[in-house]
Design a protein around this ligand. Structure first.
Ligand SMILES: Cc1cc2nc3c(=O)[nH]c(=O)nc-3n(C[C@H](O)[C@H](O)[C@H](O)COP(=O)(O)O)c2cc1C
Length: 401
């Protein structure tokens, strides 16, 4: 989901860098709204920020464009994060002392979102004991600072006071959301299944499928990176098990069934990306079958349906399955969602070039039980894994409410 960034711009030369930051935030998928002090508008006009953020710019507390809302309250509540950049000595002093006499200072006192402050000022202003004390006060209230850099200052001085570069501010914001997203994964128990299964006919021959395991391994690795406690149950693949996952190697559909069921009870989330055989030979020969005259008919029987069994046994677990179909994908995926009592089906078309088995890329459609549909355009499997995990965690959190 897109995150909302409120950029508060105050009056210093570095306002032009705030314009660059606005553009970068938009390009990186954030919703951006901008509030400016009157002094800030002396440096760059609100029109620049309006065009870059594609939204109105908040400059005047008493300009109520929408009579159904009080704009300073509305925009303060809208924000997931607030970045004050550049932050003057003046705004730092005002917020530290509870002064709310314009749009920016009023919003900053109102918001309950995390606030990052990027000071920009002359080195002597920055080092002034009053400014240092105000920053200390704000730190003690929970505000975060993005340290200014040392170097040439627009006023002609050399020293500390240059605002952090827009790229660094963007990174701070991205890192903040990354950490927030990851926090919900800490300690969650996740089972991921991956790869094909092998159904033996005799000691040399077996039935299998084209699954490479790449999608499941990517999901397991990403979940582990996010702090989850991951058990990866995998059929035979050529892949290296990711670090930090508990790896269980299995061969047949039956082995996979047993391994999944053993771990199912205390799992929070199960993501079944494995391509498990639906049928196995009814009879497995102990000795290699010799070549003979004529045809050889192998009778097949159904394997246990792991996803369906989990759907029946589930209590608190969130269940995600995969569907790889060559036709009528939507119909099969929705049918599977219903029949197997799972929360989401990740459907990929195995006939689409670049999608499905073996390759490094995939294009998927995620069908949720709630009726929501998420399209993941063709992308690297590691990227698709992130979207699948985000959607899975949303479901998991909704189920817990
Ligand atoms: C050319 C110029 C550059 C300025 N640069 C800064 C600056 O980088 N940092 C700062 O704290 N004040 C700077 N000021 C002074 C502020 O604009 C002034 O303190 C103003 O009252 C700040 O208002 P605001 O905090 O409401 O935006 C500058 C003023 C001028 C005229």
């Amino acid at each position: 989901m897109k995150k909302n960034v409120l950029l508060c711009v105050t009056g210093g030369i570095a306002v032009f860098k705030a314009a660059a930051l606005t553009s970068k935030l938009v390009q990186n998928g954030f919703n951006v709204k901008v509030a400016m002090t009157k002094s800030a508008t002396e440096f760059v006009t609100p029109l620049t920020f309006q065009a870059l953020s594609r939204d109105r710019v908040y400059t005047n507390t008493f300009e109520e464009a929408d009579p159904t809302k009080i704009s300073h309250i509305d925009v303060a509540d809208w924000a997931d994060i607030v970045m004050v950049a550049p932050a003057t000595a003046n705004i730092i002093g005002k917020v530290a002392n509870g002064i709310a006499d314009d749009m920016v200072s009023t919003v900053l006192l109102k918001t309950t979102a995390p606030v990052f402050i990027a000071p920009a000022m002359n080195v002597h202003m920055y080092e002034h004991p009053a400014v240092q004390k105000n920053m200390e006060t704000l730190r003690s209230y929970g505000y975060s600072f993005v340290e200014p850099n040392e170097g040439y200052l627009a006023c002609g001085y050399e020293g500390k006071g240059r605002m952090a570069e827009p790229e660094d501010l963007l990174l701070k914001i991205q890192h903040f959301f990354y950490k927030q997203t990851n926090a919900v994964w800490q300690g969650k128990k996740i089972i991921v299944t991956a790869g094909p299964t092998r159904e033996n006919i005799d000691p040399v021959r077996f039935f299998t499928n084209r699954s490479s395991g790449k999608m499941g391994y990517a999901i397991a690795e990403e979940a582990a990176t996010r702090g989850a406690d991951v058990t990866l149950i995998s059929g035979p693949t050529n892949l290296q098990p990711p670090n930090q996952v508990e790896f269980v190697s299995v061969e047949s559909a039956n082995d996979m069934y047993e391994a999944v069921m053993e771990n199912f009870g205390d799992a929070d989330i199960v993501i079944k990306a494995a391509a498990v055989a639906d049928y196995r030979p009814k009879q497995t020969y102990d000795q290699k079958m010799k070549k003979r005259e004529g045809e050889w008919t192998i009778e097949m029987e159904r394997t246990a349906d792991i996803l369906k069994t989990m759907g029946e046994k589930r209590t608190h677990q969130t269940l995600v399955g995969f569907a790889a179909e060559s036709e009528n994908i939507e119909m099969y995926a929705k049918g599977k969602l219903e029949k197997k009592r799972v929360d989401m089906i990740c459907a990929n078309s195995i006939t689409e070039p670049g999608s499905g088995f073996q390759g490094d890329t995939n294009e998927l459609v995620l069908y949720k039980k709630t009726g929501d549909v998420i399209h993941i355009p063709m992308t690297q499997k590691v990227e698709a894994a992130k979207s699948i995990l985000d959607a899975t965690m949303n479901i998991h959190m909704e189920r817990q409410q």
